[in-house]
Design a protein around this ligand. Structure first.
Ligand SMILES: [Zn+2]
Length: 137
């Protein structure tokens, strides 16, 4: 798939850098001259102090400082749908090597989630106990 025209007519905005650095921009690279944001059609003049950060979205070259925010928007709108679709794909073929890193992450995430559930459950039990003591006074 390659989209020829800009998707929006003006810059969307800078991306929010997630905790731990650049999460989405796997082909993160810099520039050494003027650069076109293909997502909105903005021509950026050469920066002398630092380069722009580029990525690719829907086959278009995106300047992160210009339209990187589109990733934040797509994530906010579609993360749950993508996650569900990915989990269903995983469930159909869990031994596929492409899920190797996912499996590792999944077990760590579930461990953290289970710990939080236990902590919450303990806090609720403790609150119930406190409440019953108040009632008995
Ligand atoms: Zn742009």
């Amino acid at each position: 798939m390659h989209i020829k025209a800009p998707i929006v007519s003006k810059p969307v905005g800078a991306s929010e850098i997630p905790e731990g650095g650049f999460g989405w921009n796997l082909d993160h690279r810099g520039t050494d001259g003027p650069i076109l944001c293909e997502f909105c059609g903005t021509n950026h003049p050469e920066r002398l102090d630092q380069s722009y950060t580029l990525g690719t979205v829907l086959g278009l070259q995106v300047v992160e400082e210009c339209c990187g925010k589109v990733i934040d928007i797509l994530y906010k709108e579609l993360a749950e749908d993508f996650t569900q679709a990915y989990l269903e794909e995983f469930a159909r073929n869990p031994t596929n090597p492409r899920f190797f890193f996912f499996l590792d992450k999944l077990s760590k995430v579930l461990e953290v989630a289970a710990k939080k559930v236990n902590e919450t459950s303990a806090a609720i039990s403790s609150s119930k106990e406190s409440l019953s003591k108040i009632k008995n006074v």
